[in-house]
Design a binder for this molecule. Structure first.
Ligand code: 8Y7
Length: 277
């Protein structure tokens, strides 16, 4: 169960930690802290030394209600950082983008994963991802980030999420993306209320049945705020509990802000799984 991320190979039967690196002026939990390429590289270096196997570089805020950025602006923010991390650090560089131009350019600069919260729904995205010849994460989303949390409804949540991902896999493969390069993500918080997020977490094993490794992101999200009543910067314990549950349930990659702490939590799950085999 290995996956090749532009030359770096990860065993997807184990759980890895992906550090979040926002290069946006407006991200919800660490907005504006890492805007220059040098500061971003320093933050990435720290996350890699804390045990991040991947770094997810994002230049478009997808928090509910965020404004869209132009492709030119996204390229400006993301490319120098992708290039610097790929050149300097021993880690997989993931590019968090929905824009085909950014996918193509980032892959040229050494990115090893395309993380598209719109699951290649933008025109030209499936073809760009196929041509990049690196893995892609297809995430479930209902609606668009600016309006997705307004009143999300499902006929049958688990079936709807599964059907959406199955269709996106079909589109990806039709464009020439190899099945061994596809990861899936239930998209916690993307057009979902608390009850939806909890049901998807409870049934995470079901998504594995689609036959692709899972990437999940719950770090500091409002679902954890709703459960605990904590503000965004006080959600580390809840984030670690969520990460532990996802690792137990077989997630291959956890997208998180707090790398060091999450690596420790995951190491307990991994140690238990190894002992139990
Ligand atoms: C996710 C994500 C975000 C997620 C994947 C946040 C970019 C919102 N969440 N990508 N991106 N999965 N694959 O709160 O859950 O971090 S942004």
């Amino acid at each position: 169960m290995e996956m090749n991320f532009a030359g770096r190979v990860l065993d997807m039967s184990r759980c890895h930690v992906m550090g979040i690196l926002n290069v946006t002026p407006d991200s919800f939990s660490d907005g504006g802290q890492f805007n220059s390429p040098g500061a971003a590289l320093a933050q990435a270096r720290q996350m890699v030394s804390d045990g991040a196997a991947l770094i997810d570089v994002g230049g478009e805020s997808t928090r509910p209600g965020a404004k869209e950025v132009s492709v030119a602006e996204e390229l400006d923010r993301v490319c120098p950082v992708v290039e610097a991390i790929a050149r300097e650090l021993d880690t997989v560089v993931s590019v968090d983008t929905s824009a085909p131009e950014v996918m193509a350019e980032a892959a040229k600069l050494g990115a090893g994963l395309i993380n598209d919260v719109r699951a290649l729904q933008r025109a030209g995205a499936p073809e760009a991802a196929a041509a990049a010849e690196i893995p892609v994460c297809l995430m479930h989303i209902q609606g668009e980030p600016d309006s997705m949390q307004e009143n999300p409804e499902y006929r049958n949540l688990r079936r709807d999420v599964s059907a959406f991902l199955t269709e996106r896999i079909r589109v990806a493969e039709a464009a020439g993306i190899k099945p061994e390069r596809i990861l899936l993500d239930p998209g916690f918080g993307f057009g979902k209320r608390l009850e939806h997020n909890l049901d998807l977490l409870a049934s995470l094993e079901q998504l594995q049945l689609l036959g692709h490794p899972l990437l999940v992101g719950m770090s500091r999200k409002s679902m954890l705020g709703h459960i605990t009543g904590r503000e965004v910067n006080e959600r580390l314990p809840a984030s670690l509990a969520a990460a532990t549950i996802a690792a137990m349930k077989g997630a291959s990659i956890l997208r998180v802000h707090d790398v060091r702490e999450t690596v420790d939590a995951v190491s307990v799950v991994t140690a238990m799984k190894e002992a139990g085999r």
